[in-house]
Write a protein that binds this ligand. Structure first.
Ligand code: ZN
Length: 286
């Protein structure tokens, strides 16, 4: 599933290709993705000029000169392909295709259809039902240790679960929460109201910024800016690395390598020593 850095990178790729272009043709090949798309979507896109982009959490907003914004979510498997018109055969599962006045095609591909496309008036983007309840953007100046401390105060859930709550902070997913907690040396099971947010917040921002700088990273299908389909590889320190040496304490027997546990039915990866957790139970995987 694409996380915030992947979405940011997709948005930048779309921006590089689409900003300032007029959509001369819009093809909507099915009525719904995860939810119904607006019935007049093709008509409202055709003839509009793209005038800007914005990312909010894991949503992309493409702003048009008719005061509509296209609200796009990639879901589990969604991606954008960019190609000169007629240069490639259309792929399977291309649900929406736009053609620009400079001869490019932009297609939204989503085999599993957990993604979504909607329209919202640009002046009212933040009132859309999918955006209205979201917490602060983790990379914005408004997301400070004080703000997070206030949001977490009194919360007795594990910090891992709290950081995945989109109402507390928007756009964090499983991968980057694991990475940020590791880097901040905070136990993923620690009670949310007790963690040192002055240590945590800078690591959340650094983790996301480094991945964005790498061009994003993902476990699934993905498109690179410039039009080539591809996978980004990003060097996560603990995510997906159970049993591997922990990068911060190599060779120290008390660490024993990256451990994994399950919280809320999702894997958490951590260093038992640095994050002050009980030693990992051997998983039998060697
Ligand atoms: Zn370690």
């Amino acid at each position: 599933m694409p996380e915030l850095p992947e979405v940011e990178t997709v948005m930048r790729g779309m921006q590089a290709r689409l900003d300032g272009r007029v959509i001369i043709r819009a093809e909507v090949r099915r009525p719904d993705l995860r939810w119904a798309m607006p019935a007049n979507l093709a008509a409202r896109l055709t003839g509009a000029r793209v005038v800007g982009f914005r990312r909010r959490a894991k949503y992309i907003l493409m702003r048009l000169d008719n005061d509509d914004s296209v609200l796009l979510h990639l879901g589990m498997s969604g991606r954008i392909t960019l190609r000169p018109r007629g240069k490639n055969d259309p792929e399977l599962h291309e649900h929406v295709v736009l053609e620009t006045d400079d001869g490019w095609e932009v297609a939204f591909v989503d085999p599993r259809r957990f993604g979504s496309i909607d329209l919202v008036r640009t002046n009212y983007e933040d009132d859309h039902r999918l955006l209205a309840g979201l917490g602060p953007e983790p990379l914005s100046k408004f997301f400070t240790p004080k703000v997070l401390e206030t949001a977490l105060s009194g919360k007795r859930m594990p910090i891992k679960a709290a950081l995945l709550d989109q109402k507390l902070v928007a756009g964090l997913g499983n991968i980057y929460v694991c990475e940020a907690l590791y880097r901040a040396r905070i136990a993923p099971t620690a009670l949310a109201g007790t963690v040192p947010t002055r240590r945590l917040v800078p690591e959340i921002k650094a983790t996301l910024n480094e991945a964005i700088a790498d061009g994003g990273s993902t476990l699934r299908d993905y498109v690179q800016p410039g039009g080539e389909l591809g996978y980004f590889q990003h060097a996560w320190q603990v995510y997906g690395r159970e049993g591997e040496p922990c990068p911060a304490c190599p060779g120290k027997p008390e660490c024993g390598g990256v451990a994994r546990m399950v919280q809320s039915a999702r894997s958490t990866f951590y260093c038992p020593k640095l994050q002050n957790m009980p030693p990992a139970t051997p998983s039998g995987k060697g």
